[in-house]
Ligand binder design. Structure first.
Ligand code: S3P
Length: 169
């Protein structure tokens, strides 16, 4: 089974994917990392040098390449479900898990994160909160199509493992 973790930037997709991989004894991958390894460029530099639309095109094709993995946990990028037919595709080919978080928790995570994120770079705190609220509202249309939705602030890994194992499409 392919398990796709989705959610806003900073919601803990990569960390949760690694922990779940241990519990379910499955390999895990990170779509952003696959991008950076394959194209040998940091995503933030890619955004500077090219543009978001090219990133989304490549991201979608990398996502679809994960089909050959057959059994894996894949942490996606925050925007992955929101472009092309990616959300529908993930729901047709695997199990989607949304790590849902409120804007204030996201803000705290983004503030303490060392990772460079081009879409939220150089924003002041109040500006960032307003941005996250509106962006999340737009993206929730996609995120809410996930088959399993859990609270990202307090993921109960045993419960999530159980939900995944007992999931019946
Ligand atoms: C993005 C999220 C990032 C990365 C890119 C765009 C987004 O991944 O794919 O910077 O559109 O939300 P994370 O969610 O892992 O930060």
């Amino acid at each position: 089974m392919l398990i796709y973790l989705i959610g806003y930037m900073g919601s803990g997709k990569s960390t949760t994917a690694k922990k779940l991989a241990g519990l379910l004894d499955m390999p895990c991958y990170d779509l952003d990392q696959l991008f950076e390894e394959q194209y040998k460029i940091e995503i933030s530099h890619f955004f500077d040098r090219y543009d978001e639309s090219l990133f989304r095109k490549i991201e979608s094709s990398l996502l679809k390449d994960t089909l050959h993995l057959k059994d894996a946990i894949i942490a996606t990028g925050g925007g992955t479900p929101c472009f092309y037919d990616n959300m529908h595709w993930m729901n047709s080919n695997g199990l989607t898990v949304y790590l849902q978080m409120n804007p204030k928790s996201i803000l705290e995570r983004l503030k303490s994160s060392k990772r460079k994120r081009p879409l939220v770079a150089n924003k002041k705190e109040d500006e960032l909160l307003t941005f996250v609220k509106e962006h999340l509202r737009q993206r929730n249309i996609f995120y809410s199509q996930a088959k399993i939705i859990v609270k990202g602030e307090s993921v109960n890994l045993n419960e999530l493992t159980h939900l995944i194992k007992s999931y019946n499409p």
